[in-house]
Design a binder for this molecule. Structure first.
Ligand SMILES: C[S@@+](CC[C@H](N)C(=O)[O-])C[C@H]1O[C@@H](n2cnc3c(N)ncnc32)[C@H](O)[C@@H]1O
Length: 263
């Protein structure tokens, strides 16, 4: 994920990207990218605005948070974690429509749950249980508080747990699950997580669906024998990797859904 010190920096970076696209791929690709960046920017600002209003109205805190280096545990297996950026409600709804799982039998697991925005949204779907895994203790604490705030406001909620841990150390429960990831970490951690998931599926075959938003490391899942891709295409595939990488800056644009081959 790329963060910019100011709007000006971001604007200049995007102008540079459009110029590079025009030079490397052609004028049409440069124009497509420019239009796409404007649409994405507008759409995301509206979406973030709506989510911020939700925070204010309900008293929770899910705003983006870069944290500080010292907050990140020193004993993680691989230091390739991304900063906290929340999934927007509109992107979450869009991908959940495509995941199509019988939620009442499923556990929702968010690997890298941050302040718990996806858990808060998943509460409304009727999952049997919700589990968040977050290695930054401060963010995990905020996620707990957010869930408690909604509960104290009288909202019904399924059983929810937020586990403060490195995703590499997480043991997948022996239950039908929807594993949600919003670009939480790099390839090294992803490989460990997929190894753990594959072993768990071999020991206990069951329905598991993996929803991966902003799927920077989709290749790792494509290569995982325990999973098969059932929906989603990183956008702009035809225009190449550079466009796809640019899409990631705006978050939640691309998504892919996999299901366990053993379930
Ligand atoms: C892009 S945010 C996604 C937040 C949340 N899933 C959502 O959709 O709103 C990625 C989160 O993953 C966490 N993270 C990164 N590496 C991790 C790891 N190895 N174990 C657990 N959490 C991790 C980060 O601290 C951050 O909060």
């Amino acid at each position: 994920m790329t963060f910019y010190a100011s709007f000006g920096d971001k604007f200049r970076a995007n102008i540079g990207a459009v110029a590079a696209m025009r030079r490397d791929v052609g004028l049409a690709a440069g124009l497509v990218l420019a239009v796409r960046l404007v649409i994405s920017f507008t759409r995301n600002q509206l979406s973030y605005g709506r989510d911020r209003l939700y925070d204010i109205r309900t008293g929770v805190d899910t705003v983006h948070d870069r944290g500080v280096g010292a907050e990140y545990p020193g004993d993680v297996a691989h230091l390739d974690g991304e900063y906290y950026e929340r999934v927007t409600k509109s992107d979450f709804k869009r991908v959940m429509r495509r995941a199509q799982v019988p939620v009442q039998d499923f556990t929702f697991i968010d690997l890298g749950c941050g302040k718990g925005a996806a858990l808060l949204l998943a509460r409304e779907y009727g999952f049997q249980e919700l589990v968040g895994v977050e290695y930054n203790a401060r963010l995990a604490d905020i996620a707990q508080k957010n869930l408690a705030t909604l509960r104290s406001g009288g909202e019904e909620s399924p059983f929810v747990s937020v586990i403060t841990a490195d995703a590499c150390d997480f043991s997948f429960p022996d239950a039908p699950s929807l594993v949600f990831m919003y670009n939480p970490f790099g390839r090294a951690t992803m490989d460990v997580v997929l190894g753990n998931l594959s072993r768990s599926l071999t020991e206990s075959p069951r329905p598991v669906v993996v929803v991966y938003m902003n799927p920077v490391h989709a290749e790792a899942l494509d290569q995982c024998a325990a999973l098969e891709r059932v929906a989603g295409e990183p956008q702009h595939q035809t225009l190449g990797r550079r466009l796809r990488r640019l899409g990631h800056r705006y978050g939640g644009i691309d998504w892919v859904v996999y299901r366990a081959t053993t379930g």
